[in-house]
Design a protein around this ligand. Structure first.
Ligand code: PDD
Length: 286
């Protein structure tokens, strides 16, 4: 089936959806993005994703080209036209097409480029991987220092993902100064003695929308949460580990650099948090 793709207020068949070779997103990775998951045809945590989009745009001194209602209408139209029951909507905003390549920002009146498309993933919430858990490797975090801005500069995370695959693992945890920052495209957690530990918010990590929701649900369920960084050795000695993101929800991690975590099976805290997250998110979906 040919997908309908949104490009600058037009809804086009994917083979006709095009942006300029001079687009700042293409030549400078000068753009930001969001990924919102879709369950039962509804958007999960959409308000959170829009809030972070604005934060990312502000971080790059880019203006916000659409209103909240316009983003919402476009997301809903794409989900409906593409028949997405479960999956994701990808949204990207770039600084637009200045008509040439230049390090300086284009003139103020240059129109940002806005692209949205859907990815259909039937059964996304019932992923078999959630039953067995992911194996992760660790690798040095060589990304730039503003990881709180969700830019489209994803080359290093992509390389780290490939390193993980080459080693027979599912993902990589990135490490800076001996402490885990986050996964290639998710936030990282460990559980020890019933306490959930995840790195505190700063410029060092993306402020995950799923992270915010999961920590809120954990606290509401009287679970103890500590927001602080942890070492790889501490993670390997933990009872459980897991990651969160819009596309994986809560995904258990069962091994780090070949070392099984706890008994090497999916842990009870991760399992419970996944259940709560999915249940509450489905209820609040729009
Ligand atoms: N990635 N950290 C990084 C580096 C990420 O790229 C992501 C999301 C997260 C989790 O954020 P959220 O819970 O808001 O999805 C953390 C998306 C899913 C992606 O790039 O596909």
């Amino acid at each position: 089936m040919t997908r309908t793709v949104y490009v600058n207020a037009e809804y086009l068949p994917e083979d006709q959806a095009k942006v300029s070779v001079f687009d700042r997103g293409f030549v400078m990775a000068d753009g930001v993005y969001e990924v919102t998951s879709v369950l039962d045809g509804k958007l999960i945590d959409f308000a959170g994703h829009l809030a972070r989009l604005k934060r990312s745009l502000d971080g790059l001194q880019m203006k916000n080209p659409l209103s909240d209602d316009e983003y919402l209408a476009a997301h809903r139209r794409l989900v409906a036209e593409n028949g997405v029951t479960d999956g994701m909507v990808y949204l990207q905003v770039t600084r637009g097409n200045p008509g040439d390549r230049d390090f300086a920002f284009p003139p103020e009146d240059t129109q940002p480029t806005v692209v949205m498309f859907t990815q259909s993933k039937p059964g996304l919430a019932d992923s078999p991987a959630a039953q067995t858990g992911w194996k992760v490797i660790t690798t040095e975090d060589l990304r730039w220092a503003r990881r709180d801005i969700k830019t489209v500069q994803l080359l290093f995370p992509s390389l780290a993902k490939m390193e993980a695959k080459a080693k027979g693992a599912d993902d990589a945890w990135l490490v800076e100064d001996g402490r885990v920052t986050e996964g290639t495209s998710n936030n990282a957690y460990i559980v020890k003695g019933g306490v959930i530990v995840t790195r505190e918010l700063s410029n060092d990590i993306l402020h995950g929308i799923t992270r915010a929701a999961v920590l809120r649900f954990a606290r509401e369920a009287q679970m103890q949460v500590e927001e602080r960084s942890f070492t790889v050795a501490e993670a390997q000695a933990a009872d459980e580990a897991f990651v969160t993101s819009a596309s994986s929800f809560v995904m258990p991690v069962v091994a780090i650099d070949g070392q099984p975590i706890g008994d090497g099976k999916v842990g009870g805290v991760a399992r419970r948090l996944r259940e709560i997250y999915l249940e509450e998110s489905r209820k609040a979906a729009i």
